[in-house]
Ligand binder design. Structure first.
Ligand code: CA
Ligand code: CA
Length: 80
């Protein structure tokens, strides 16, 4: 039983890592926010329309709080 739980935890961690990249990895110009171009480059498998869904305050940039909300459970970038 204990081994099964450990396996499930490992699978879950791998899956979420594959989807949610660190913002710092994508923030090419290191200004702390993601532009449309930076987001598209980091998430080539994600529809660009998703950017608008993440950009809650509609300033054309994804800030850390918006990105965190998107990758949290239930967010547009969350698994399943
Ligand atoms: Ca940036
Ligand atoms: Ca924003």
């Amino acid at each position: 039983m204990r081994k099964l739980v450990m396996t499930l935890v490992a699978v879950g961690a791998t899956a979420s890592f594959a989807t949610a990249k660190e913002m710092s990895e994508m923030d090419v110009n290191a200004d702390g926010v993601l532009s449309v171009e930076e987001f598209a480059a980091g998430h080539s498998d994600v529809d660009p329309a998703v950017f608008a869904a993440i950009d809650g305050n509609e300033d054309g940039l994804i800030d850390p709080a918006e990105y965190e909300a998107a990758t949290a459970e239930g967010g547009v970038l969350a698994d399943s």
